[in-house]
Design a protein around this ligand. Structure first.
Ligand SMILES: *[C@@H]1O[C@H](CO)[C@@H](O)[C@H](O)[C@H]1NC(C)=O
Ligand SMILES: *[C@@H]1O[C@H](CO)[C@@H](O)[C@H](O)[C@H]1NC(C)=O
Ligand SMILES: *[C@@H]1O[C@H](CO)[C@@H](O)[C@H](O)[C@H]1NC(C)=O
Ligand SMILES: *[C@@H]1O[C@H](CO)[C@@H](O)[C@H](O)[C@H]1NC(C)=O
Ligand SMILES: *[C@@H]1O[C@H](CO)[C@@H](O)[C@H](O)[C@H]1NC(C)=O
Ligand SMILES: *[C@@H]1O[C@H](CO)[C@@H](O)[C@H](O)[C@H]1NC(C)=O
Ligand SMILES: *[C@@H]1O[C@H](CO)[C@@H](O)[C@H](O)[C@H]1NC(C)=O
Ligand SMILES: *[C@@H]1O[C@H](CO)[C@@H](O)[C@H](O)[C@H]1NC(C)=O
Ligand SMILES: *[C@@H]1O[C@H](CO)[C@@H](O)[C@H](O)[C@H]1NC(C)=O
Length: 887
């Protein structure tokens, strides 16, 4: 047993790039990233690539871009295009010169190095879209038939090609057809980026090793709930790049917050050019367990591995962090997908992730999206073929969000003979299976160690055929995949090796009313919905003005059936808002202005998303239980009018606060279909001293504020369970519209959840038998038009700074006091900067878009990044109150 310093293990791995001209790597175990590229279309570049791939070739006229840039992302970075302008109105349709995207693009850079004898050097790729030829110092090292696929990562030895001083690397990235190439497509989510995502979108690295080189680390352990010690095995593949036998020492280390938990070291030998698995096993007593955020902490253990030969470091694997936790999945009696985390039933309440349209990676932006998801009470994010970068998984590990990665739908990835949704020429051939294999192996190597992974979905709408399914499963197993593998996101069929997915993909994707979720059919709250939602997500005015022209804004409320560029793409069923607008006009009355339209849209969006989350949370213990739902979709790839819970600028509106109420950890909700009231608990335990006693106060009032019924009841909550606690009485007394307020309190009378509905005497009537893949039509709409005639409520708003504010975060307290005898309906509070009159994004409101009962007062809070504004103000507007701004 040797004692190693952790610092040497973890710090050595990524060579920071120093001043220009510093060596990209200088000792074994180092990896350096090509920091940027000069890019140019082959149409405008010299055609002698051998010459271009030599140091010194003149590319001074090319565009200079940083690493991880598709062609379009690079052109935006280089100032050729401006995304704000591209995305304004329908500019994307006509300002881009598309002639350059039907041909390959060249990426070129030089790096300096002083190759040393006995050392080995590699070019490492992680995926280039759609495929690439690569040259180093004039020699071709990779052909497009091998370096292929957005997720095809490979390691090329280039030792013999390198020279002292500058070295050149040239990549020819071939143009991408979503249907024929292994890429990352958007189907109908948004217009396609003009380059279809072509380019070097992930890092390209240079690594240096001694005679033995290491692959990424993988870790397996045998912890199951209740075990007090865990056997941990750290594995790494080592390859001898010499043509003779090598003896060396393999050292591995596991530590927690700089405490060395395990330090293991053992000799190994490798025959000439042999590759072998090196393993180190140790036992950790009382391991610290990783939990999803709502259920506990996220302790992460650092893992470091290195090999030495003749007492000299030969290679250091990229350090990883692991979390000790246990994920299980199976099918229940109804054939529905279920999950357990650390032995507890886990109800995924999540959202579908949208990357940037140009695949630009902005870690801070993604972190904010994840924080917003946690703020919503969500616990899971689904990545449909958009695995981004290792940082995404690291971030999820740190903040405790579960990730459901997987392959994407509707293009090359689903070229199965039985897939009738893609053209006949989209069919896997031998080479495609080969690409699928390398893509799976590479992504498994990136994901294996992350505790945030809930499951990998090897299919999306369709299931992979038996050959592909085996390739995927074998690929994952090769990397000791410790997590569930699910055949697909839908249930159209299944491969032998995996069986049924138990995941439904029956819609909706367009508007359905709140009672839909309690209808017991199609996408209603039962089983596991892998992508569904009521198609809402209308941004508020300050966001809309950033990407819509005055004409577009006018169309939004005056042309309810018109196709809109900022909806889904024009080939899509979701190009216009007609299903949504039909419901809006019929339920809330024809809009009289843009302002009126947006208010009604926010009201519709709020009740639509709240019902979806309440449906799945409240029915987790129903006869046919709800086992989880992923919202279609969490966020958009560009400024968009629907399919999002917060907008591109991270502003939050009606649909956001609907989810925030519906996904509350402890909550009381109403089932529109049978008037039942539910007590929901999504926590995994009670606090010390809490015996679970809860009281619920129910009150129904009419539009004038007159009480129709009140009820108080005492009950007991059980962690991670939901139950029916009462029936709403006096529903039949509703004349036009009534407000129902449910308040859940604990024994100390702390309010845990306050929830207000607006109800009509008749629910929307759904035509279930005529459901399509994307919605269920409504035959009779609920009539909420009486809400337009509420008498004005006088709400006093007071904004005060709080002591909770820190240097980095400002928190304001906002008190709302309804001084009237009428309810104050749907008060929206918009956080703005009083100087610029722009939103401060993202705002973290404790609650928002609230409805106050007569003479009720409530206190809310809002937090934001102090850097964003020193002069915040709150704009107050809503259903029946005068709009005003409070500083
Ligand atoms: C391309 O450049 C290489 C290296 O400069 C040179 O040897 C070769 O002759 C050139 N090929 C052609 C076709 O010009
Ligand atoms: C892009 O355009 C917007 C609006 O015209 C402008 O505010 C912004 O500064 C531009 N961005 C860059 C990087 O030039
Ligand atoms: C992008 O992919 C689509 C679908 O395969 C294809 O029709 C289109 O020609 C591609 N665009 C480019 C620029 O290659
Ligand atoms: C590790 O090496 C062994 C032996 O060559 C091979 O069978 C296995 O597939 C490799 N594993 C990985 C993850 O590459
Ligand atoms: C109410 O409806 C839900 C389904 O939405 C069902 O699970 C429950 O049993 C019903 N309750 C009663 C009392 O009918
Ligand atoms: C609920 O409990 C409270 C406090 O213990 C008590 O005052 C109240 O009467 C109870 N209500 C009902 C309906 O039992
Ligand atoms: C609600 O009413 C139904 C009958 O309509 C009854 O079966 C059920 O027990 C009631 N639920 C509660 C919680 O009282
Ligand atoms: C389904 O739609 C058809 C055609 O619009 C209509 O005739 C039929 O009544 C509808 N079915 C139901 C159950 O509403
Ligand atoms: C909707 O309700 C309003 C009043 O509450 C009434 O005037 C109107 O006729 C109703 N609309 C329909 C279509 O029934």
């Amino acid at each position: 047993m040797g004692i190693l310093s952790l610092a040497t293990l973890v710090l050595g791995a990524l060579a920071p790039l120093g001043a220009n001209g510093a060596d990209i790597v200088s000792s074994s175990g180092q990896t350096g990233t090509i920091p940027g590229w000069s890019i140019q279309s082959v149409l405008h570049a010299p055609d002698n690539f051998t010459a271009l791939a030599q140091p010194g070739a003149d590319v001074s006229e090319w565009y200079r871009v940083s690493s991880r840039k598709t062609v379009m992302a690079g052109l935006i970075e280089a100032g050729v295009y401006n995304d704000t302008e591209l995305w304004f109105s329908d500019n994307l349709n006509h300002v881009v010169d598309r002639s350059v995207f039907g041909s390959p693009w060249l990426y070129r850079d030089e790096f300096t190095l002083r190759p040393k004898k006995g050392q080995h050097y590699f070019v490492v790729t992680h995926g280039i879209t759609s495929k690439a030829d690569i040259w180093v110092n004039g020699k071709k090292i990779a052909d497009k038939s091998y370096q292929v696929g957005a997720y095809g990562g490979h390691k090329y030895e280039v030792t013999k090609l390198l020279q002292e001083g500058p070295n050149a690397i040239l990549v020819q990235a071939h143009e991408t057809s979503y249907l024929l190439d292994s890429a990352m497509g958007f189907v109908d989510w948004n217009p396609y980026p003009p380059d279809n995502g072509t380019g070097v979108w992930r890092d390209v690295e240079i690594s240096q090793t001694g005679p033995v080189a290491l692959a990424p680390i993988r870790v397996v352990h045998d912890w199951t709930p209740g075990k007090e010690s865990v056997d941990i095995t750290i594995k790494v593949n080592a390859t001898n790049f010499e043509d003779h036998l090598i003896h060396g020492t393999f050292s591995a280390q596991l530590s927690l917050e700089s405490d060395h938990v395990l330090v293991l070291s053992q000799p190994f030998s490798l025959d000439a050019n042999e590759e072998k698995v090196l393993t180190a096993t140790g036992t950790v007593k009382n391991p610290q367990i990783w939990w999803p955020r709502l259920w506990g902490d996220q302790p992460l253990y650092d893992v470091g591995v290195k090999v030495t030969v003749n007492d000299k470091v030969s290679d250091i694997a990229e350090p990883r962090k692991i979390g000790i936790r246990y994920v299980e999945s199976g099918l229940n009696d109804f054939g529905d997908r279920t999950f357990k985390v650390n032995g507890e039933r886990f109800l995924p309440l999540g959202g579908g992730y949208g990357p940037d349209m140009f695949m630009r990676w902005d870690a801070e932006y993604v972190r904010q999206k994840f924080e917003l998801m946690l703020d919503l009470g969500m616990n899971t994010v689904r990545l449909e073929g958009k695995q981004e970068h290792p940082e995404l998984f690291e971030m999820a590990d740190e903040i405790g969000l579960m990730i459901m990665p997987g392959w994407e739908c509707c293009d090359w990835w689903e070229g199965w003979t039985y897939n009738t949704d893609v053209p006949d020429y989209v069919r896997f051939d031998h080479h495609d299976y080969w690409i699928a294999n390398y893509s799976m192996l590479h992504e498994a190597s990136m994901m294996q160690t992350h505790p945030s992974i809930l499951a990998f979905l090897v299919g999306s709408d369709y299931w992979p055929d038996n050959r592909a399914a085996s390739i995927y499963v074998d690929g994952l197993k090769t990397w000791d995949w410790p997590n569930p593998i699910v055949a697909s996101a839908g249930e159209l069929g299944s491969p032998k090796i995996l069986g049924s997915s138990g995941a439904k993909m029956l819609g909706p994707y367009d508007y359905v009313p709140p009672n839909y979720w309690y209808g017991g059919q199609v996408g209603a709250a039962m089983g596991f919905g892998s992508e569904e939602g009521p198609g809402v997500g209308t941004p508020e005015i300050r966001s809309l003005k950033k990407f819509l022209s005055d004409d577009d804004l006018n169309d939004l409320w005056t042309k309810p059936k018109k196709g809109l560029f900022h909806m889904s793409s024009n080939v899509s069923s979701f190009y216009d808002r007609s299903i949504y607008n039909d419901a809006l006009y019929n339920r809330y009355g024809a809009p009289t202005s843009l302002e009126d339209y947006l208010l009604k849209a926010q009201i519709m969006d709020y009740e639509a998303t709240r019902a979806e989350y309440e449906g799945f949370a409240s029915l987790q213990d129903a006869h046919h239980p709800a086992t989880g739902v992923i919202y279609w979709m969490m966020n958009s790839a560009w400024p968009n009018l629907h399919w999002q819970l917060f907008d591109y600028y991270l502003n939050t509106a009606g649909c956001f606060y609907g989810v925030k109420v519906g996904a509350r950890p402890e909550h009381v909700s109403y089932n529109y279909e049978n008037n039942t009231i539910y007590l929901i608990n999504r926590l995994n335990g009670l606090n010390d001293g809490d015996d679970g006693s809860r009281s619920v106060y129910v009150e129904l009032i009419d539009t004038t504020g007159t009480s129709l019924s009140t009820k108080q009841l005492n009950t007991t909550t059980k962690p991670n369970h939901s139950k029916e606690i009462a029936n709403l009485t006096a529903y039949e007394k509703i004349n036009d519209v009534a407000f129902l307020r449910l308040v859940l309190s604990d024994k100390e009378e702390n309010v845990l959840s306050r929830n207000v509905y607006w109800l009509t005497p008749q629910n929307d009537v759904l035509q279930w038998d005529n459901s399509t893949w994307y919605y269920t039509p409504i035959t009779t709409y609920s009539n909420y038009t009486a809400l337009q005639n509420l008498s004005t409520a006088n709400v006093k708003t007071t904004v005060t700074p709080t002591t909770e504010s820190s240097n980095s975060t400002t928190t304001l307290q906002v008190q709302l006091n309804n001084k009237s005898k009428t309810p104050a309906f749907f008060i929206r509070l918009v956080l703005i900067d009083s100087k610029t009159n722009e939103n401060i994004n993202p705002p973290y409101w404790s609650d928002n878009y609230v409805t106050l009962f007569p003479e009720e007062s409530i206190t809310l809070s809002v937090s934001f990044d102090s850097k964003l504004s020193g002069s915040p103000a709150v704009e107050v507007s809503g259903g029946n109150i005068a709009t005003h701004i409070v500083q």
